[in-house]
Ligand binder design. Structure first.
Ligand SMILES: Nc1ncnc2c1ncn2[C@@H]1O[C@H](COP(=O)(O)OP(=O)(O)OP(=O)(O)O)[C@@H](O)[C@H]1O
Ligand SMILES: [Mg+2]
Length: 391
């Protein structure tokens, strides 16, 4: 076979695949302008979410000035409330779960592991959806140039997002705060700082700049840029979730220093386990060199892609528990076709108009453990935690 010019061949592959991606977005997941949150909550579900019974909610509708929810013409029952309406009820009844700004700091959780394909983005997006449904205010920061998370929010990253829309201008000291990069999403309660391929180039730019930095303090400051940036917008949120690239680089180190807690997805398989151990080794080395005084509220492995059909995975989960001790979440994120099928449409099971209840239950179970770990960090939630422990 005659040799082909690499550039020509790549050009052909790119032209076809990029137009495919664009079409997928246009078909399956509509572009963000049209992507909407369509799930409605039945009066029973809404009652549980708000913490008041359905009659109380129905009575409150007119008091709040809420437009009457659509009714089923067959039986005249309410079809369901929107998430905004659920939030309006929570506001009215004082059952929003927001942190108390006087005592509770916003918490930055990074989904991080240098191993690829272990469910970092899936965890980040699904956890964001879980938290927003609970009523928390969430900021998602995509720091991965692959921009999976950004796509899940309905953007075609390299067509619709430019370097100026990402964390880059802040990292390059061109902006005094990260506020310029925060955008509302179609999902009520979630804001996003998007990513695109340009973040990859940032790695090199940052290395060049750090080379010129002399003292240790300057180096720490340098790798803390993202942390400073998040601090400029954090007060508007309860939680900030960072999705990270599967690589050790400048941005990953910035994420490590920006996080208050690390959620480390890892499959219960040998190679993933050894990569995760390697991840901890590298984190230890880098933090040791950069800022030995750095603190975390917790570092926890989240067992992802767990397939209970394999005895080896069950055994491996036990190995992980034995090795990581209290640094592994007790609940596992099961491998689920619903997660894959939803992702193919750039969505999650949480936003399906008719969600698979068993899958939601499985995910609620996993994310509740993370939510409880967060609540333990907020002094104003102590009473609620005791109540939940009793219940
Ligand atoms: N619980 C799950 N059940 C089934 N499929 C899953 C689950 N979690 C993740 N996946 C699938 O596994 C693949 C990798 O997941 P994901 O993109 O979240 O990993 P990642 O760690 O962010 O990858 P990368 O390192 O490339 O950023 C995706 O196709 C995703 O849909
Ligand atoms: Mg990812």
């Amino acid at each position: 076979m005659p040799a082909i010019t690499a550039l020509d061949k790549l050009q052909t592959i790119l032209a076809a695949s990029e137009s495919f991606l664009q079409k997928m977005h246009e078909l399956g997941a509509e572009p963000h302008q049209r992507k909407t949150f369509q799930r409605l909550f039945s009066p029973g579900e809404a009652a549980e979410m708000v913490g008041r019974d359905r009659t109380t909610l129905a009575r409150a509708e007119s008091e709040i000035g809420m437009a009457a929810p659509a009714r089923n013409p067959g039986n005249n029952r309410r079809v369901g409330y929107t998430l905004e309406q659920v939030q309006a009820f929570r506001t009215h009844f004082g059952t929003l779960p927001w942190r108390d700004p006087a005592t509770d700091a916003p918490l930055v959780l990074a989904c991080q592991n240098f191993k690829g394909g272990v469910g970092k983005s899936t965890t980040c997006v699904n956890l964001a959806h879980y938290l927003a449904l609970k009523g928390y205010r969430v900021l998602v920061v995509d720091t991965d140039s692959q921009a999976t998370t950004t796509s899940m929010f309905g953007y075609v990253p390299d067509a619709e997002i430019t370097a100026d829309d990402t964390i880059l201008p802040y990292l390059a000291s061109e902006q005094p705060s990260l506020a310029y990069a925060v955008r509302k999403t179609y999902f009520p309660g979630i804001d996003l700082i998007p990513a695109c391929l340009a973040l990859y180039e940032a790695e090199i730019a940052i290395v060049m700049r750090v080379g010129a930095q002399a003292s240790r303090e300057q180096r720490i400051a340098f790798f803390s840029e993202l942390r400073y940036g998040i601090e400029t917008v954090a007060q508007n949120y309860d939680l900030i979730l960072i999705d990270s690239p599967p690589a050790l680089g400048m941005i990953s180190i910035n994420v490590l220093l920006a996080a208050d807690a690390l959620v480390v997805p890892s499959a219960a398989r040998m190679f993933d386990f050894s990569s995760t151990v390697q991840f901890f080794r590298m984190v230890h080395a880098y933090i040791g060199q950069l800022d030995p005084t750095k603190t975390y509220r917790w570092i926890s492995v989240l067992t992802s892609l767990f397939d209970r059909r394999y005895e080896s995975q069950k055994q491996f989960f036990e190995v992980m528990r034995a090795c990581f001790g209290d640094s592994v979440f007790q609940r596992v994120f099961f491998h689920s076709s619903a997660v894959i099928n939803a992702a193919a449409q750039f969505t999650t099971p949480y936003e399906q108009p008719k969600p698979d209840r068993a899958v939601l239950k499985m995910m609620d179970n996993v994310f509740e453990e993370i939510e409880l770990a967060v609540l333990r960090e907020w002094p104003s939630k102590a009473a609620e935690l005791t109540q939940r422990a009793i219940a």
